[in-house]
Design a protein around this ligand. Structure first.
Ligand code: IDP
Ligand code: MG
Length: 149
């Protein structure tokens, strides 16, 4: 089953949007299989954003993500990686579609509330970086027959 890594960034936590953001994935029908609340170390932040290491915004990105706690999550479901990116919306909240998390709650690219893996391969790397195997729960909700034919 496909899994994706999502993280509610410091701005989402500070603004009290944790419940609202989790609700969107929960009511859509995806399955939560991992959840933790943590202050991110510089080492983890730099590894997580490694692909952006050469970008001018890299230092401020690392500074920001380590500045205040985040909610790290793993969600499961067919097509969850791409679907979660749609629920999250475009990188710049100012131009993200209304109805998406970033489109509904943000105005600035450096404060876009949530991270979501951009492809299944990236998701595997990010899930392994943020979670140990034993921190992930293998389960199937009892409502599954009401969500899947
Ligand atoms: P994504 O989060 O939509 O996948 P990426 O291009 O992977 O976007 O960029 C990672 C994060 O880096 C973004 O979510 C945003 O917080 C930040 N970022 C991206 N581009 C810029 C920029 O031009 N200025 C400032 N921050 C940026
Ligand atoms: Mg990205």
């Amino acid at each position: 089953m496909e899994r994706t890594f999502l993280a509610i960034k410091p701005d989402g936590v500070q603004r009290g949007l944790v419940g609202e953001i989790i609700r969107r994935f929960e009511t859509k029908g995806f399955t939560l299989v991992g959840l933790k609340f943590l202050k991110v170390s510089r080492e983890l932040a730099e590894q997580h954003y490694d692909v952006h290491r050469s970008r001018p915004f890299f230092p401020s990105l690392v500074e920001f993500i380590t500045s205040s706690p985040v909610v790290a999550m793993v969600w499961e479901g067919d097509g969850v990686v791409a679907a979660a990116r749609k629920i999250i919306g475009a990188t710049n909240p100012l131009t993200a579609e209304p109805g998406t998390i970033r489109g509904d709650f943000g105005i600035n690219i450096g404060r876009n509330l949530i991270h979501g893996s951009d492809a299944p391969e990236t998701a595997k790397r990010e899930v392994a970086l943020w979670f140990k195997d034993e921190e992930l729960v293998n389960w199937q909700p009892d409502i599954t027959p009401w969500l899947h034919e």
